[in-house]
Write a protein that binds this ligand. Structure first.
Ligand SMILES: C[S@@+](CC[C@H](N)C(=O)[O-])C[C@H]1O[C@@H](n2cnc3c(N)ncnc32)[C@H](O)[C@@H]1O
Length: 325
């Protein structure tokens, strides 16, 4: 099936990287057929659109996308799949396109409701004045409702759920996979992984964090073993983890255990060596560290990296690694 995605503009690379990683993790083959600015149409062998609800950095999605040179043809084709007993409206950044296309649906006998339509048609003006239109898939984008300040246990280092989910998705894992966050803090990453149906394991050197994380998970109906443990001395686990997704401390607001303060680069390398003992060969490790540290990724294959500028003196670096087989 062909699917349309309108990606978030908040980062130049992450939204597409997240989408492609989720498709890969769900075993869905795909090929881009249209790409313009933040809009992407993929030809996929997906049998369901369920995977789309995992995506944090996709703003909108649609089924049955079609490219046409005029509004009349676009409406004629989409009209076949839109029931005439349901209300509908066209949504586009271009008001003229909304009106033009909406009028065509009205002339074809569709019930128009501009305020609360049952069905929305997403429409985009493409280069050469062609029109790209698709039937909207409603997405439950409730990330702001899950912000850290609404959880029973709060700490200022907690990660925003949208970023946490993106990191989990970059790990190329799916429902039933086991995820470890060994610097779990208040549980931002584990909450998102748990809501996507993954098995969770977490640890933190600070017992208050470990207890708070457990409490936060429980407030979302999620349960996991959360231990007080030093991430630099993880003990070989059985079975091994499918992925490790984590946000180690970077010595600003969060506590860094001994050794980390004077040599954060060495601290991250010590963690990677420790993580290698519990991660399965071929499993991914996604971590977010400050840009300025040189870190050797020995024992791992470097897959990709993404930079997020926070302020003048802090740029975060998301690194995606794969444990050598
Ligand atoms: C940046 S915070 C993680 C925030 C987390 N992602 C969240 O959403 O709350 C880093 C965490 O690492 C923990 N930490 C510091 N040194 C550690 C170590 N050696 N082993 C395990 N945890 C450690 C800190 O207690 C802190 O909770």
């Amino acid at each position: 099936m062909k699917l349309l995605f309108e990606l978030s503009g908040e980062h130049p690379l992450l939204p597409k990287a997240e989408l492609y990683a989720v498709l890969e993790s769900e075993g869905i083959a795909f090929k881009p057929v249209v790409e313009h600015e933040k809009v992407l149409v993929l030809d996929t062998d997906a049998r369901s659109t369920e995977f789309i609800h995992r995506l944090a950095m996709t703003l909108k999605a649609g089924t049955a996308p079609m490219l046409s040179t005029n509004a009349k043809e676009a409406a004629a084709i989409l009209s076949i799949i839109i029931p005439k007993d349901r209300t509908m409206a066209v949504r586009s950044k271009s008001h003229t396109l909304e009106e033009e296309l909406g009028e065509q649906f009205f002339e074809r006998g569709h019930l128009i409701d501009l305020d609360e339509p049952d069905i929305k048609v997403l429409a985009y003006r493409m280069p050469g004045s062609s029109i790209l239109a698709a039937v909207n898939i409603p997405l439950n984008r409730d990330y702001n409702k899950r912000r850290p300040q609404y959880r029973p246990y709060f700490h200022p280092t907690s990660m925003h759920p949208k970023l946490a989910r993106t990191l989990v998705n970059l790990a190329c894992v799916k429902k039933g996979s086991t995820i470890l966050d060994p610097f779990c803090g208040t549980g931002g990453i584990l909450i998102e992984a748990g809501l996507m149906g993954m098995n969770l394991l977490g640890s933190d050197i600070d017992s208050r964090m470990a207890a708070g994380c457990k409490k936060n998970l429980e407030s979302y109906g999620l349960f996991a073993e959360i231990k007080k443990e030093n991430a630099l001395s993880l003990q070989a686990a059985s079975p091994l983890m499918d992925a490790i997704v984590t946000d180690p401390p970077y010595a600003r607001c969060s506590y860094v255990s001994e050794g980390g303060r004077s040599d954060l680069g060495g601290f991250y390398e010590g963690f990677l060596a420790s993580a290698g003992r519990v991660l399965k060969p071929g499993g991914r490790l996604v971590m977010m560290i400050p840009r300025q540290y040189h870190v050797s990724f020995e024992g791992y294959v470097f897959l990709s990296e993404y930079f997020i500028k926070v302020h003048k003196s802090l740029t975060r670096r998301i690194v995606v690694l794969q444990k050598c087989s």
